[in-house]
Design a protein around this ligand. Structure first.
Ligand code: FES
Length: 161
């Protein structure tokens, strides 16, 4: 299949890339747009390392084609902070020590952002349910849940950038 120009709205900026429409979005983000925060883990939609938001919904970019994302708003971990001001989720992950090797963290934070966009005050079970597809091989799940709860509380207090 021939490459064609695909337009995406990535982290608020209109981007045009030449790509085969069936190419995975993850590869386009990483290789064409130099947005390497989303990670390749399993390549099969099972681990969550590649999670981005597409029109606000947590999406596995390894099994989403760039053609399917055309014309939609894509948010990667690079688009979560506002300039140098970290998002409350990022601050909470640091303060909670919710990372060890860090490989899964961009996908986890983006998935958590997708959750908080639709549920500003999630319960622990709702957080666990929303993040059940994000695998952390270091096993920091309790601290991840704590971080998301802390971020939700901070955003309630107006800490959202
Ligand atoms: Fe996409 Fe694992 S790399 S879900």
């Amino acid at each position: 299949m021939a490459a064609r120009t695909v337009r995406l709205l990535v982290n608020g900026a209109s981007r045009a890339v030449a790509a085969q429409p069936a190419r995975p979005l993850l590869g386009v983000l990483r290789d064409e747009l130099d947005l390497t925060g989303a990670k390749y883990g399993c390549g099969e939609g099972q681990c969550g390392a590649c999670t981005v938001l597409v029109d606000g919904k947590a999406t596995r970019s390894c099994v989403t084609t760039v053609g399917d994302a055309a014309g939609k708003a894509v948010t990667t971990i690079e688009g979560v902070a506002r300039g140098k001001q970290l998002h409350p989720l990022q601050t909470a992950f640091i303060e909670s020590g919710a990372m060890q090797c860090g490989y899964c963290v961009p996908g986890v934070i983006v998935a958590a952002l997708g959750l908080l966009k639709k549920n500003a005050d999630p319960s622990e079970s709702e957080i666990r349910s929303a993040l059940r597809g994000n695998i952390c091989r270091c096993g920091t799940y309790p601290r991840i849940v704590q971080a998301v709860r802390s971020a939700a509380a901070a955003m309630h207090k107006g800490g959202k950038p």
